[in-house]
Design a binder for this molecule. Structure first.
Ligand code: PEP
Ligand code: MG
Length: 324
């Protein structure tokens, strides 16, 4: 199937109406990196660093992590890599950390919450990242930020790690970008100042959708009831896009929906200009975007809403059928 998309691999995801959508890939293991070339991804929009912690039976050392991150940056050959700091807890339990007995792990002590409460591991990881990127650009993203203060505290951790490197006389990255994942509904309603201060935002649609509909992403029975193209959810995403436009905050979307062509088309139509997905999805998504007119898709969406439809999928599918 991959051969089908080879002819468009080095072409941009430019729609018929001239709008360009950046397509990047999600990764987490060294084995994912050759796909950067093969898929035509413009960079790594989400590097899930917890995978390196999950495949070991003991906590990795800072020097090991730093060497590994440096290899990731080498393999990316100058393309941007967004490193997400450790996102553990919930479904991702480290074999060498005492599991927490929590009644609702998805709503529990996870991701940035662990990082802020146990700054030792976070400092270790941030230092490994800073060292790996010495003399070149570094982009770091904090997962599961639910409120402005958590982002501020995570940034203070980053500043502390930078200060430490500086005092040791180590070469720092040439430029450091710091951002947050938007995967809890609360963050979408953060004060404007948050949108002004955050370096960039990436919508973690998997978690955002789970919390928006109160439906466990791991539970097939309830998960399937809720569609991303449900008008409530699309309206919510649109609101986030609008807020980011006001403050000129760079925004991307890195949940699984970014890699589903019809969902990706609708996300692009409502204003997303950067989608990060598994490498195998880049060809199919790019192919559909290149054949599409976003202004028309926007019209299909707004007409469906005006007719009072609760989900825009039927209207979009009918439109795509007519397009052939
Ligand atoms: C998400 O929640 O959409 C996301 C990209 O992160 P993860 O799937 O790793 O939780
Ligand atoms: Mg998530």
């Amino acid at each position: 199937a991959a051969e089908r998309y080879v002819s468009i691999r080095d072409k941009p995801a430019q729609t018929l109406c001239g709008e360009v959508v950046a397509l990047t890939m999600n990764a987490g293991l060294m084995a994912d990196l050759p796909s950067l070339e093969g898929s035509g991804a413009e960079g790594v929009g989400l590097f899930r660093t917890e995978l390196q912690f999950l495949i070991r039976n003991q906590m990795p050392k800072r020097s090991e992590l730093s060497a590994l991150y440096a290899r990731v940056l080498d393999a990316a050959g100058g393309k941007k890599v967004v490193f997400r700091t450790l996102d553990i807890g919930s479904d991702k339990v480290l074999p060498y950390m005492k599991p927490n007995d929590e009644p609702n792990p998805a709503l529990g002590w996870r991701a940035i919450r662990v990082g802020l409460d146990k700054p030792g591991v976070m400092q270790m990881q941030l230092q490994a990242l800073l060292r790996a990127a010495a003399g070149r650009p570094l982009t770091v993203m904090f997962p599961f930020v639910a409120q402005f203060e958590e982002y501020t505290q995570a940034c203070a951790q980053m500043d502390k790690a930078i200060e430490r490197e500086r005092s040791l006389g180590n070469v720092l990255p040439e430029n450091i970008e710091v951002g947050a994942m938007l995967e809890t509904p609360s963050l979408a309603f953060a004060p404007q100042k948050f949108f002004e201060e955050v370096g960039f935002l990436s919508i973690g649609g998997n978690d955002l959708k789970q919390f928006f509909f109160a439906a466990d992403r791991e539970n097939e029975r309830v998960r399937r009831r809720y569609d991303t193209l449900n008008v409530s959810f699309l309206t919510f995403i649109e609101r986030i896009v609008e807020r980011c436009e006001i403050t000129k905050t760079p925004l991307s979307f890195c949940g699984e929906d970014a890699g589903r062509p019809v969902e990706a088309l609708c996300l692009a139509a409502i204003g997303l200009r950067n989608l990060s997905m598994r490498p195998a999805s880049i060809g199919p998504v790019k192919s559909l975007l290149r054949r599409s007119n976003l202004a028309e898709v926007r019209k299909v969406i707004s007409d469906a809403r005006h007719r009072g439809e609760m989900n825009v999928r039927p209207a979009i599918m009918e439109y795509l059928r007519q397009q052939g």
